[in-house]
Structure formats: structure tokens, C-alpha cells
Design a protein around this ligand. Structure first.
Ligand code: FAD
Length: 397
């Protein structure tokens, strides 16, 4: 006989599963149509004690995530949320990843202050780097920030794009580059120019431009353009040393976390397909069986990869964890995409008509996969295999 241990992590996963099934899945369509931040979902997560999942237990949280060497439960939680609403999962990842960064790099005083805000007041965090520099055809260059030293801190000017949770978060970790616009992702080197600065989004110099964000998918992430007009960020808002985000390859801790969300999309499509096909009495069809079989293998493969990468993090095998995280990210993107397409091909056109969630899952997944460039990720994996030098965190060519 097997027994299931009742740990804080298993309890949290059961609660998240219940919330995702009973509340979040039902709200997803409305948030998507209105392209608004899933505020009620976050209120439920706070009420259930889940908002502090990635806060260490010493500070009143559940102690999940790579920094606490309890990686898999955090990613499984994300997969559950993504199975209900991929946009919710993206907002959740931004929040959880921020807490992991504060845990890893923050001072004791910063942890006390900011973890307290999450545990006691339900404060939501985001992490914003995005400053795409190359304008689209017909677009005037408009994204980019400059940060200048000032008495007692720094002053920030300019605009960031893709600022997930812009209308829901209370705090954002801003990744800014003293070398000039481009955030961290397009920083020209591994210098100590990139700073992580915690910004109180209630500051009147911070404004959200809601006119830009009208995407085909991931609409409820509310990833608006955010403008900083001389925002003062005092020294005590600096998280870690200048450059420590790049030097510590911290993006690598978050790359497989995106894959955990992609898996949630695949699981949701799979669940939908099973219900749909059984309802239509098509279980005996050999082509349907092939597609369902493939979906089942895809999902188990993705789960096994995430388990493998999480174990590497928990065992402190960081170099292996970093490249394995990219491998998982690459593979699971394709497994999830294929699973959604098998669902659509097996079920047919009506599976893409609302209120079916599949059309939203297809839109969301297609859009979300653009968060990182799979070609660059694969080239990074190839360079590592060939013994070439590679940057595991930002997939530069
Ligand atoms: C749903 C969603 C939510 C997001 N949320 C956040 C967030 O909360 N915080 C955050 O910081 N970012 C976030 N991002 C932004 C993301 O990190 C990227 O900055 C954004 O996707 C870049 O937009 P783009 O693909 O149009 O731009 P581009 O940077 O123009 O990229 C377009 C393509 O060109 C490639 N490319 C870029 N530079 C070069 C080059 N020099 N040579 C050749 N190819 C190049 C890219 O790899 C990509 O394939 C989010 C993105 C998405 C889709």
C-alpha cells in the first residue's frame, strides 16, 4: 500500500488544483475578452496562502522554488495554474520569479520588508526587462530606458514594454542597464552595468500606457507599456550587486519555469480532447487512438523532463541544471504545441469555437512561445554540445 505524505507542498498543490478547476478556469474567458489582469484569481491565491509559495519558510512562506531546493512543487503549481489560464500562469511566474531573485540576492532587510508585504498584505510582484530596440515596420522607436546616478540612488527615464501584470502588481523588479537602453536581454556584455531595482509602482512618476497592448494571445497578462518619468530609486532598492543577475545566470532558473506553463496548456488541451472524443464515441477510431496516444506520451515526456531539471537544481548541480533547463524549454515548447494541434485535429473545427477553451489555449500558447526565441535556445544547446563557448542565460548568437 502506498501512502501520500502530507507536506506543505502537497497541500499547496491540492489547493491550487481545486482553485484552478473550480474558479480560475471559469474566469479565464472573461479576463481574455477584456484583456484585464486576473485580479480575483490573485486574491484567491493570497487567501489560500499560495501567493507566498516562493517565500522562504523563515519569512512565513511555503519555501518552494530553486533557491530553496524545492523546485518541482513550484513548477507543478505553475502547471496547474496554466492548465486553467496561461495568462494567469505568466503573471504568477513573474511574481514567483521575483521572489526567488529577492531570496537569492536580497539583503536581510529587503527580505523582511518585501516578503512581509507578500505574506501579510498580498502584494504582487513582477519583473520587467523588456525593451525591444528594433522597431517594427512603420513603428517609431519608443522602448528603452536610461538610468542615471543621482544623490542617494538612481533616476530612471523611458519606457518598458511587455510589462506583465502592469495593472495588477504593486512592485516590479526593473532590469536596467547603465550602458543604455535595452534592459538586460540586449545588454552588450556581462559588465556590471545591469542593475536590479525594486520599483514601487504606486510612485506617481510611473504610468501605464494601456493603448499599446492589444495582442492575439496572452491578453490577460496585461503586459502593457510602462513609462518612467524621472523615477527616483534609492540605494536600498538595489537587489544584489550590480551585474549579479547576469553573472549568476539567473535567467536560467526561470527558463524551465516557462516550460512548466507550456505543459499546463498541453494538459488542458489533452483533458479537453479526452472528454470531447469520449462524448462523441470516437474512442474506437484508430486515428483518434494514435493522436491521443501521442498526446499522452508528450505530456509524460514533459513531466519527466521538468522533474529531471528540478532535481538538478535541488542537488546544486547548477551547470547541468542551466543547460538542461534550456533543453527542457526547447523540447516542451514543441511537445505542447504538437499536443494542442493533435487535440484540434482529433476533435475538429467545433473545438475552436467558444466557449471551448482550446481556441484561447492555441492563441495563448502561440503568443507565449515568442517570449524566448527557440532558434537561439537550440543554438545554445548545440554550442554547449560542440564545446563552443555559450551564454546559458540569454541565448545570444
Ligand atoms: C506574453 C509575454 C509576456 C512577457 N512578459 C515579460 C515580462 O513580464 N518582463 C519582461 O522583461 N519581458 C517580458 N516579455 C518580453 C520578452 O522578454 C521580449 O522582450 C519580447 O517578447 C520581445 O518582443 P519581440 O519578439 O517583438 O522583439 P524582438 O526583440 O525584436 O525579437 C524578435 C525576434 O528577433 C530576434 N532577435 C532579436 N535581436 C536580434 C538580433 N540582433 N539579430 C537577430 N535576431 C534578433 C529575437 O530573438 C526574436 O526571435 C514578455 C513576452 C511575452 C510574449
Amino acid at each position: 500500500m502506498t501512502t501520500t505524505a502530507h507536506t506543505p507542498a502537497t497541500t499547496a498543490l491540492r489547493q491550487a488544483e481545486r482553485l484552478a478547476r473550480d474558479s480560475f478556469a471559469a474566469r479565464a474567458d472573461g479576463y481574455d475578452r477584456d484583456a484585464v489582469f486576473p485580479a480575483d484569481d490573485f486574491a484567491d491565491l493570497f487567501a489560500a496562502g499560495l501567493l507566498a509559495a516562493a517565500v522562504p519558510t523563515d519569512y512565513g512562506g511555503l519555501g518552494l522554488g530553486p533557491q530553496q531546493r524545492e523546485t518541482l512543487p513550484l513548477w507543478q503549481l505553475t502547471t496547474l495554474l496554466a492548465g486553467a489560464d496561461l495568462s494567469l500562469a505568466r503573471c504568477w511566474e513573474g511574481h514567483a520569479n521575483s521572489l526567488v531573485l529577492i531570496d537569492a540576492l536580497g539583503s536581510a532587510e529587503q527580505k523582511r520588508r518585501w516578503f512581509g508585504g507578500v505574506v501579510e498584505r498580498g502584494e504582487i510582484w513582477a519583473a520587467w526587462s523588456g525593451e525591444p530596440r528594433a522597431p517594427k515596420p512603420g513603428e517609431v522607436p519608443r522602448f528603452g530606458t536610461t538610468v542615471a546616478a543621482a544623490d542617494g540612488g538612481w533616476v530612471l527615464h523611458g519606457t518598458k514594454a511587455f510589462a506583465t501584470s502592469a495593472t495588477g502588481a504593486r512592485w516590479a523588479i526593473l532590469l536596467v542597464d547603465r550602458a543604455g537602453p535595452g534592459g538586460a536581454r540586449h545588454s552588450p556584455g556581462t559588465s556590471d552595468g545591469v542593475l536590479l531595482l525594486a520599483c514601487d509602482l504606486g510612485d506617481p512618476t510611473v504610468t501605464v500606457d494601456t493603448s499599446w497592448w492589444n495582442p492575439g494571445g496572452m491578453r490577460a497578462t496585461a503586459s502593457h507599456a510602462v513609462r518612467f518619468d524621472g523615477t527616483f530609486l534609492p540605494y536600498d532598492r538595489l537587489i544584489g550587486e550590480p551585474g549579479s543577475y547576469l553573472a549568476g545566470y539567473w535567467q536560467c532558473a526561470f527558463v524551465p519555469h516557462y516550460a512548466a506553463s507550456f505543459l499546463g496548456a498541453a494538459e488542458a488541451a489533452y483533458r479537453y480532447a479526452l472528454g470531447y472524443l469520449k462524448h462523441q464515441g470516437k474512442s474506437g477510431d484508430p486515428y483518434v487512438q494514435q493522436r491521443v496516444g501521442r498526446m499522452a506520451v508528450n505530456i509524460d515526456t514533459a513531466r519527466l523532463w521538468l522533474r529531471h531539471v528540478a532535481a538538478l537544481w535541488d542537488e546544486g548541480r547548477l551547470e547541468e541544471a542551466r543547460i538542461a533547463g534550456s533543453q527542457a524549454r526547447h523540447l516542451i515548447e514543441h511537445l505542447a504545441e504538437e499536443t494542442v494541434h493533435h487535440c484540434i485535429r482529433a476533435c475538429g473545427a467545433r473545438s475552436l469555437i467558444r466557449p471551448s477553451p482550446v481556441e484561447r489555449i492555441l492563441r495563448d500558447l502561440t503568443f507565449y512561445q515568442r517570449h524566448d526565441n527557440d532558434d537561439h535556445i537550440l543554438a545554445t544547446i548545440g554550442r554547449a554540445a560542440l564545446g563552443e563557448s555559450y551564454d546559458p542565460a540569454f541565448h545570444r548568437l
